[in-house]
Design a protein around this ligand. Structure first.
Ligand code: OTU
Length: 606
């Protein structure tokens, strides 16, 4: 045995001794009673060991760094960015050529939306995968992905992408084989041969796309049966009750991790486990899957982060970090309640629900990190604001933002859930901007929202184009493949001319871009102590969100006015020499300050 192998074995043995019992325990919950469970588990252990031994040296160095110096995703200066490969750079080579733009914004974490081989034709923006281990030819090759990762790492940027783990495309080889009735693939999915069974299951299920893809099953003529399809008919839900599906997807995770990806956005995490008579969302078994994956990665690729994507109520999202006393699950999770809450605050000029949500969200385990975001490639769904915002108020906010009731917003309605529309639109458009200029406070609203986002504990993630106030893109209306899907409104191509202007600080785009640069710098100055994590809410006027972060002389106070009227706030952070605004550098004396309409302040002791 070579020395390298012997060293690797001993490192691996230590991690395995500590973490494999977690894997065993979690998988016993799911599959413990299936025949030959222990032999299956032994094979899984071999697979994990092989992946650990196959891990390239540059990646084991990152693993060491993560274990010695803590998680890269929780560093104080981390700023994130989310983009489609094609919309941002044309292809992976193009993204690599545009890393400077990200460095300029202080980005340390780049989330690339689905980039693996997608279904031909409509693929739900890449969320219908035909091959989990091959980059989509339209975006480049696996070698291009490796090159991008290497360049990004050299620039201090980590690369995260989607792992669409809940379903495959209907033209994935497993689905093709299942359609033919071939074992073992027929059991990789859930088929219901009787229409009555479908009706019975539908009784307790909800719908994700009630308008564009109603129902949760799709008839497959070759099988004379219905296959489970929570999302679009061409997205076949994987059957995790089958342990072979778990093993296959674990191999995918490990292989992608060894390609150098630093983390995965686990798409549709709440849906991974189906259980008759329930909504088949957020079942306890989902947590066993996630805890097992986290432990497996911590053995074979500890650098790699898992990010939960669950557009659910806070009480269903919080457990995705793992139980306080139990094994960790996801390292990061989308803070969708705060996201929707910030938009509702803008629409209703009421920041109190956001304050309440922030307080409740602080109950996460210490290792868990919130992904704070304003926009993404999906619609804004307000239902997750229950019980913090009454349904009538959710509907009122949504109608304002969707442009159904007169307002500043240039958003559009997408679907409707219990009388509450969901809303499409780019952040700048939702703030009131348009080609002709738009609402006079449009830019201020955008600066305000991002100002709050960067002040929150967690990882702020900028959605591509927001940094230059990119507007709604209506081109999809003329494309037969995309016309029926309103979410394309917020998936524009990057405007590199505008970005060049913005980086010179010119115009509207320049105002936003410079603001984000200043926020990144100000954010990096917030001490990274555990105390910097906690925030104390300061009660002022209902339209103001204010909190203090940090302690001692390093405290900062955020004050953000969500209304078009000036409002007085009282500062808690004044030192002997007064206070200083970390964003603009402006200094002041006296504890009473007036915030202009949509005014924002990050005050620290001068
Ligand atoms: C995700 O979103 C993706 O973000 C979408 O772009 C995909 O269409 C979808 O999965 C299917 O792959 O319904 O409105 O609780 O709500 O997974 C967004 C989580 C979605 C789901 C979420 C889903």
């Amino acid at each position: 045995m070579s020395l390298k192998r012997a060293v690797a074995d001993s490192v691996f043995d230590r991690r395995r001794a500590k973490l494999w019992p977690i894997v065993e325990q979690q998988l016993a919950v799911l599959y413990g009673t299936t025949p030959g469970f222990h032999a299956w588990l032994a094979d899984l252990a071999d697979m994990v060991m092989e992946a650990a031994l196959a891990r390239p040296a540059d990646l084991t160095a990152l693993d060491e760094d993560r274990l010695q110096n803590g998680a890269w995703w929780s560093r104080a200066d981390a700023v994130g960015y989310s983009a489609y490969v094609d919309r941002y750079g044309g292809d992976l080579k193009g993204v690599r050529a545009r890393l400077d733009h990200l460095s300029d914004l202080g980005v340390r974490y780049l989330h690339l939306l689905p980039l693996l081989k997608a279904r031909a034709g409509d693929s739900d923006g890449g969320y219908a995968i035909s091959d989990f281990l091959t980059v989509d030819a339209r975006l480049g090759t696996n070698a291009d992905l490796r090159d991008l990762i290497a360049s990004a790492h050299a620039a201090g940027i980590r690369i995260v992408t989607d792992l669409v783990c809940n379903h495959t495309a209907d033209d994935h080889p497993w689905a093709i084989a299942a359609r033919r009735g071939e074992a073992p693939y027929i059991d990789y999915y859930t088929f219901k041969p009787e229409e009555a069974q479908v009706r019975e299951a539908e009784r307790t299920l909800l719908e994700v796309f009630p308008h564009t893809a109603p129902g949760n099953f799709t008839y497959v003529p070759e099988r004379q049966a219905w296959v489970w399809t929570t999302f679009y008919p061409f997205q076949w839900d994987l059957n995790y009750a089958n342990r072979d599906v778990f093993a296959e997807m674990t191999r995918v995770l490990l292989d992608l991790a060894n390609m150098g990806l630093d983390g995965f956005r686990l798409d549709s995490t709440p849906f991974l486990w189906k259980e008759p008579g329930t909504t088949s969302r957020n079942r306890p078994q989902v947590h066993a899957i996630l805890a097992a994956w986290r432990a497996i990665l911590s053995i074979a690729a500890p650098n790699v982060a898992l990010k939960a994507e669950a557009i659910e109520r806070l009480e269903d999202v919080l457990p995705l970090f793992g139980p306080p006393e139990g094994p960790p699950e996801c390292d990061l999770a989308y803070n969708n309640g705060v996201m929707a809450g910030l938009w509702a605050a803008l629409a209703l000029e009421d920041a109190e629900p956001v304050a309440a949500l922030l307080g409740a969200g602080a109950a996460k385990p210490p290792g868990g990190v919130w992904v704070n975001y304003l926009r993404c490639h999906d619609d804004i769904i307000f239902g997750a604001l229950s019980p913090y915002v009454a349904r009538e108020d959710q509907a009122r906010a949504a109608r304002i933002l969707a442009g159904l009731d007169p307002s500043f917003s240039r958003g559009r309605p997408f679907q409707e859930f219990d009388g509450v529309p969901s809303v499409n639109g780019m952040a700048a458009s939702l703030c009131g901007l348009d080609e002709g200029g738009g609402d006079a406070y449009g830019v201020d609203r955008l600066l305000l929202l991002y100002g709050v986002l960067y002040a929150l504990p967690g990882l702020p993630v900028v959605y591509m184009g927001d940094e230059i106030a990119l507007l709604n893109d209506t081109a999809f209306e003329r494309d037969p493949l995309r016309r029926g899907e309103g979410r394309w409104l917020q998936r524009p191509a990057m405007d590199w001319d505008a970005a060049a202007e913005a980086s010179r600080g010119d115009g509207r785009a320049g105002r936003v871009f410079s603001h984000l640069r200043r926020l990144a710098a100000a954010r990096a100055s917030i001490p990274a102590s555990p105390k910097g994590e906690s925030i104390q809410m300061i009660a002022t006027a209902p339209q103001v969100l204010s909190f203090v972060r940090g302690d001692g002389g390093a405290r900062i106070q955020l004050a953000a006015n969500f209304s078009a009227r000036p409002v007085g706030v009282v500062l808690d952070v004044e030192g002997p020499a007064g206070w200083r605004d970390l964003i603009t550098g402006a200094a002041g004396q006296g504890r009473e300050v007036e915030l202009p309409p949509y005014g924002l302040l990050w005050a620290s002791e001068a």
